[in-house]
Ligand binder design. Structure first.
Ligand SMILES: Cc1ncc(COP(=O)(O)O)c(C=O)c1O
Length: 372
C-alpha cells in the first residue's frame, strides 16, 4: 500500500492537552500580564474575564458561582468531594479510569458510610435509572478514557434533594449542559478549548453553595480546598481572586481560546464542530471492517474522545501502528488510554479540524497495512 501523500495540517489528536485552536500562535496572545502579580487590578480583571466569558458562552445561570481553582479539573473535583460530601448518602457512577478514581476517593479516602456504586466496564454505561436523586450523585459527563458519555441529564430529577456533582472536563463546549440538572460542574482549560493546563473551573449552583455553607466536613481541609471565609462562601474566589498563584500566560491563552469560541459562534458552534468531527470517524468505522467502537450503544458515543478497538490486531500491532503514525507526523498521541482496552483514541473536540480527521483516515489504513 502506498504511503498517503497528504498529511493532516495539524496532527495533534491528543485527548489532553488537546490541539490548539485553528490559527493559534504564541504571538497572538495578550501576554501583557506575564510578570505581573495576579492580584494587580489588570491581572485580576483578566482572571475575572475568564470567569465572565465562560459564564456567558456556556449559558451558566446567573445565580451560579464560577471560580478558577488550583490543580486543574482534578483539583476542582477533589475540592467538591471533600468539601460537600457527607450529609447524604452518595451514588457514584464509574465506567472508566477517571470516574473510577473518584469512586476510589469517596470510598477509600473519605470512607463515607453510605455509598452505592454503579460500575460498568470500558465501553458500557451503568444503569442510570438506578440513581436516586435524593442522594448525592457523582459522575463524569464524558468518560475520556472509554469514549462513553451519558446521553443526557434526564435521569437526574429536576426536584432532587441531593447534589449532582459532574466532572465535565471533556464535555463542556462539546455538549449542551443541562444546568438545571446539575449542582457542581468542573472542567479544565486544556480540553475542548485547547488551552493551557493547570487550572480548574468550578461551577456551583445555589444549592451547592448552601451545602458548602451549612456543612462542616469531619476531616481536615487543606488550604487549596477551602472555599469559605468566616463561614460564608468566599465571593472573592468567584470574582478572580484565586486561592493561589495562577499562570498569567495560561490565562492569556485561555482568553485567546474563549475569544475564538466567541468569534466562531459560541458554544453552539463548538458543539457542532465536535459532532461533525466525530461523524468523520464514525462514518469511516461504518465502512471499515477492521475497526469498531468501544462504546457499545451509539447513544453513549462520545463526540470528543472517539475510542476505537481494532479487533483483528494484537496489542503490539496497535502499538506499532500508533508509533508509525507518530513518527510520520500523521497523528500524535492517539493510543487508547493505558488502562483501557488496546485501540485508538482520537480527540474530536472543537479545536480539531474535520479536514485533518479526513486526512488522517488514509494514514490509519496505511499504518494498519504496515503492521499486518
Ligand atoms: C473525565 C476526566 N476527569 C479528570 C481528568 C483529570 O483532569 P486534569 O488533568 O485537568 O486534572 C481528566 C483528564 O483527562 C478527565 O478526562
Amino acid at each position: 500500500m502506498h504511503k498517503p501523500s497528504a498529511k493532516p495540517q495539524n496532527p495533534c489528536f491528543s485527548s489532553g492537552p488537546c490541539a490548539k485552536r485553528p490559527g493559534w500562535s504564541l504571538a497572538a496572545l495578550d501576554a501583557s500580564m506575564a510578570g505581573r502579580s495576579h492580584r494587580a487590578a489588570p491581572a485580576k480583571a483578566q482572571l475575572k474575564a475568564v470567569i465572565d466569558q465562560h459564564k456567558a458562552l456556556l449559558g451558566i445561570p446567573e445565580d451560579w458561582r464560577l471560580g478558577i481553582v488550583p490543580a486543574s479539573d482534578t483539583g476542582a473535583v477533589e475540592m467538591s468531594l471533600w468539601g460537600l460530601l457527607g450529609p447524604r448518602g452518595v451514588d457514584v457512577l464509574a465506567w472508566e479510569s477517571f470516574s473510577a478514581d473518584w469512586l476510589k476517593d469517596i470510598t477509600g479516602q473519605l470512607k463515607l458510610p453510605d455509598v452505592r456504586t454503579f460500575e460498568a466496564d470500558y465501553g458500557a454505561l451503568p444503569d442510570l435509572s438506578q440513581v436516586d436523586s435524593d442522594r448525592d450523585v457523582v459522575f463524569v459527563w464524558n468518560g475520556t478514557t472509554s469514549g462513553v458519555r451519558v446521553p443526557d441529564g434526564d435521569w437526574i430529577a429536576a426536584d432532587r434533594k441531593g447534589l449532582s456533582i459532574c466532572d465535565a472536563t471533556s464535555a463542556v463546549f462539546a455538549y449542551a449542559m443541562p444546568w438545571d440538572r446539575l449542582d457542581v460542574v468542573t472542567w479544565s482549560w486544556q480540553k475542548v478549548l485547547g488551552s493551557e493546563g493547570g487550572h480548574g473551573m468550578l461551577a456551583l449552583s445555589p444549592r451547592a453553595v448552601e451545602r458548602l455553607q451549612t456543612h462542616t466536613p469531619p476531616w481536615p481541609l487543606p488550604k487549596i480546598f477551602r472555599l469559605l471565609k468566616k463561614g460564608a462562601v468566599d465571593e472573592a474566589v468567584f470574582a478572580g481572586a484565586t486561592i493561589n498563584t495562577p499562570s498569567m500566560l495560561a490565562v492569556a491563552d485561555c482568553l485567546d481560546a474563549l475569544a475564538w469560541v466567541e468569534r466562531i459562534g459560541g458554544a453552539r458552534a463548538t458543539i457542532a464542530r465536535a459532532q461533525e468531527n466525530a461523524q468523520v470517524i464514525w462514518d469511516w468505522v461504518e465502512a471499515t471492517p477492521w475497526a469498531a467502537h468501544l462504546a457499545a450503544d451509539p447513544a453513549t458515543r462520545s463526540v470528543t474522545t472517539v475510542c476505537l478497538t481494532l479487533p483483528g490486531l494484537s496489542a503490539d500491532q496497535v502499538k506499532a501502528m500508533v508509533k508509525l503514525l507518530d513518527a510520520e507526523d500523521a497523528a500524535h498521541d492517539i493510543a487508547a488510554y493505558r488502562a483501557a482496552p488496546p485501540g485508538l483514541r482520537i480527540w474530536c473536540g472543537a479545536t480539531v479540524e474535520a479536514a485533518d480527521l479526513r486526512a488522517l483516515l488514509p494514514w490509519l489504513e496505511w499504518a494498519r497495512a504496515q503492521v499486518c
